[in-house]
Design a protein. Structure first.
Length: 202
């Protein structure tokens, strides 16, 4: 019933939709943002455009209902995005940094990341140079698809020579934190905005 395959450029709208519909600590964030594409511009689009070999989707008869996306070399990926992804978005969305943090709207908090993207700590990338994001719509959750998707990405990362992978998860996303720990991820550090950084040796 569920199939995992490589993502294609034509999956872009599905990836952006899934990204938004899981962006509130795993729940639908559609009501939180005025611009429905912003979350995807930051957390999904870069991977489909610049690391397609490590982008996989989950599909059923209704269509694409999940993805796992990653980057082999986080530092190199950050540099690629600086050159090839952020400039066009920076031209489109003004930097809200002059607006005091407490007054920023949810859209402005995201827009700020376009101008000032989070970068992985050096000690993290030394041991866990790769990173990933996984999001499944509710109909794809809870039946083993998360594990299958992660296994698929881990194999691709291992084949490409990666010794380890890290990820960030919101501190309020208790379900995802338990899922990652169950798969063997260890806590590395507190990340930005109350998030947790977890790592797994491959
Ligand atoms: C988090 C998520 C990827 C997990 O995928 P899933 O398909 O629901 O999980 P699976 O059914 O594959 O579970 C895999 C294993 O983890 C275990 N597991 C899953 N969630 C768990 C939880 N909350 N607590 C303990 N174990 C859990 C399962 O029991 C299963 O164990 P087994 O394979 O040893 O039998 C998925 O629920 C999801 O996309 N949620 C919404 C978006 C999200 O929060 N993404 C993460 C953002 S950082």
């Amino acid at each position: 019933m569920f199939n995992i395959r490589h993502a294609r450029p034509s999956d872009r709208d599905s990836l952006y939709g899934i990204c938004l519909e899981t962006a509130d600590s795993g729940d639908d964030a559609t009501h939180l943002y005025r611009d429905p594409l912003l979350v995807g511009h930051i957390y999904a689009g870069p991977y489909l455009a610049h690391a397609p070999a490590l982008a996989f989707v989950l599909e059923d008869e209704e269509g694409v209902c999940g993805y796992v996306i990653g980057a082999l070399d986080t530092r190199e990926f950050e540099a690629t995005l600086e050159r090839e992804w952020w400039p066009a978005l920076r031209a489109q969305f003004p930097d809200p940094s002059d607006n005091p943090a407490a007054e920023r709207t949810p859209d402005q908090r995201l827009t700020r990341l376009i101008h000032h993207p989070n970068t992985a700590p050096q000690e993290t990338v030394e041991t866990y140079p790769s990173h990933l994001h996984i999001d499944l719509l509710p109909r794809g959750q809870g039946g083993g698809n998360g594990r299958r998707m992660m296994t698929r990405l881990f194999s691709a990362l291992r084949e490409a020579g990666s010794p380890g992978v890290h990820l960030g998860v919101g501190g309020r996303n208790a379900r995802a934190i338990r899922f990652y720990r169950h798969l063997g991820f260890q806590e590395l550090a507190q990340g930005p905005g109350g998030s947790l950084e977890l790592g797994l040796k491959l």
